[in-house]
Design a binder for this molecule. Structure first.
Ligand code: PLP
Length: 379
C-alpha cells in the first residue's frame, strides 16, 4: 500500500527534537518557528511532558468514556483555573475540526436554530460543518455545501448588525485568524458581536484552536476584548503534539446523555499530555514569555526592509512582505535551517514558535531573515 498523496512535502525527515530545535536523519539541526502548524506549545520533548506521558503509559493508556476517568476532572479543573473559566464545562475530543463541529452542533441543539455566521478568511477545519464555515471553496466537497452559513467581512460592525436576526443559531470567529494570514478581530468588533448575540439569543463561538493556550500573550486571544463567549474551542497547543481537543461550554448550556460523544476523546494518555502542558505553561510562566518575546519579535521585525506589515499578538505573528513569501520561507529552511509557516495570503508568513522560545533563538531568526530578505530584494 502507498500513502494517499495529499500533502506537498519538504524533503526533510526529523528524527529528534528538543525545545525549539529539530534534528533530521542526517544530523542537521533546525530552528523550529512553526511547531508543526502551531502545535508545539511547551517545546519539543519537554522533560515534564515525557515523564507524565511515560508514567501514564505504564499505568493505563486508554479506556473509553463508559468509565470514570479521573484525569479528565483534573484536566478540567486545571484548564478552568488557568484560562479564567473555572465555571465552564469541558467536552473532550481529538482535534480542532472536531472541537468546532461539536461546538456548532451544541449551539444548534441548544437554541434549535441552524443559521451560522462565519467570517471571510476563516479556517475552522475539515469536517462537514467546520469546513462549511471555512472560507475556502477549494476544500469544500459538494456534499459539504450548505446555505446555513453566511460569511461576513471581519470587523465590519454594520454588516454584522444587518445580518443578525432571529434565525441565526451561532457566530463562529477565530480569536486571531491563523491560516487566513493573522488577522485580529478588533476589541470594538468583538464587544459589539457579543452584545448583539446576547440580545438575540445567538451563541458566540470563539475558535481558539490556534490562538489559544497562551500563544497570544493571554490564555485566550479574545481575552484582550474582555468578552465571554458561550463556547470556546481548543486543540493544537493543548497536547503539544498529542492529539487532543476540547470545547469549553458556558454553565447555562445543559448537557444530556448521548448528546455528544467520541471513542477516543479524553482518553488517559490525552489527558496526561494536556495536564502536563498546563503544568508547564503555569510553572514556567510561558504566557508572559509569549507576550514579552512576541513584542520583541514584532518590534524588531517591523523595521526590516521589505516588511510591509506585521500583525499579531504574543507568539502568533504574521509578517506581510512586499514580495511573495514562498521563496523567503524556502531559503530560510534550506539555507538557514529555520522552519516558518505560510498562510493563505501569499505574501504573509506565519511565525508560531514554542511559547518558551528564548530571545537568543529569536535573534538567530531575525539575523537570517534580514539576510534572506535583503538578498531577495536585490534580485
Ligand atoms: N481552527 C483553527 C483556527 C485552525 O487553525 C485549525 C487548523 O489549522 C483548525 C480549527 C482545525 O484543526 P485540526 O487540524 O486539528 O482539525
Amino acid at each position: 500500500m502507498k500513502l494517499f498523496d495529499v500533502y506537498p512535502l519538504f524533503d526533510i525527515e526529523p528524527v529528534k527534537a528538543e525545545g525549539s530545535f529539530i534534528w533530521d536523519k542526517n544530523g542537521i539541526k533546525y530552528l523550529d518557528l512553526y511547531g508543526g502548524h502551531a502545535v508545539i506549545s511547551i517545546g519539543h520533548s519537554h522533560p515534564h511532558y515525557i515523564q507524565k506521558l511515560t508514567e501514564q503509559l505504564n499505568a493505563i493508556g486508554f479506556y473509553s468514556n463508559s468509565v470514570k476517568i479521573k484525569l479528565q476532572e483534573e484536566l478540567a479543573k486545571k484548564l478552568g483555573a488557568l484560562s479564567g473559566y473555572p465555571d465552564y464545562q469541558l467536552f473532550l475530543c481529538n482535534s480542532g475540526a472536531e472541537a468546532n463541529e461539536n461546538a456548532l452542533k451544541l449551539a444548534s441543539f441548544n437554541n434549535g436554530k441552524k443559521k451560522i455566521i462565519a467570517f471571510g478568511k476563516s479556517f475552522h477545519g475539515r469536517t462537514s460543518l467546520a469546513v462549511a464555515a471555512t472560507d475556502d471553496a477549494k476544500i469544500l466537497a459538494p456534499v459539504n455545501a450548505t446555505d446555513n452559513i453566511l460569511f461576513l467581512p471581519l470587523n465590519d460592525e454594520q454588516a454584522f448588525e444587518q445580518a443578525l436576526n432571529n434565525e441565526v443559531c451561532a457566530v463562529i470567529v477565530e480569536g486571531i485568524q491563523g491560516v487566513g494570514g493573522v488577522y485580529i478581530p478588533t476589541v470594538k468588533f468583538l464587544k459589539k458581536v457579543k452584545s448583539l448575540c446576547e440580545k438575540l439569543g445567538v451563541l458566540l463561538i470563539l475558535d481558539e484552536v490556534q490562538s489559544g493556550y497562551g500563544r497570544s500573550g493571554k490564555f485566550f486571544a479574545h481575552q484582550y476584548a474582555d468578552v465571554k463567549p458561550d463556547l470556546i474551542t481548543v486543540a493544537k497547543g493543548m497536547g503539544n503534539g498529542f492529539p487532543v481537543g476540547g470545547v469549553l461550554i458556558h454553565p447555562d448550556i445543559k448537557p444530556k446523555h448521548g448528546m455528544l460523544g467520541t471513542t477516543f476523546g479524553g482518553n488517559h494518555l490525552a489527558c496526561a499530555a494536556a495536564i502536563a502542558v498546563l503544568d508547564v505553561i503555569k510553572n514556567e510562566n510561558l504566557i508572559m514569555n509569549a507576550e514579552n518575546i512576541g513584542n520583541y519579535l514584532m518590534q524588531e521585525i517591523k523595521s526590516i526592509e521589505g516588511v510591509k506589515d506585521v500583525r499579531g499578538q504574543g507568539l502568533m505573528v504574521g509578517v506581510e512582505l512586499e514580495i511573495p513569501s514562498a521563496a523567503i520561507r524556502n531559503e530560510l529552511l534550506h539555507q538557514y535551517k529555520i522552519f516558518t509557516g505560510s498562510s493563505s495570503d501569499k505574501n504573509t508568513l506565519r511565525i508560531l514558535p514554542a511559547l518558551n522560545i528564548s530571545k537568543t533563538e529569536i535573534d538567530i531568526f531575525l539575523n537570517a531573515f534580514k539576510n534572506v530578505l535583503s538578498k531577495q530584494l536585490i534580485k
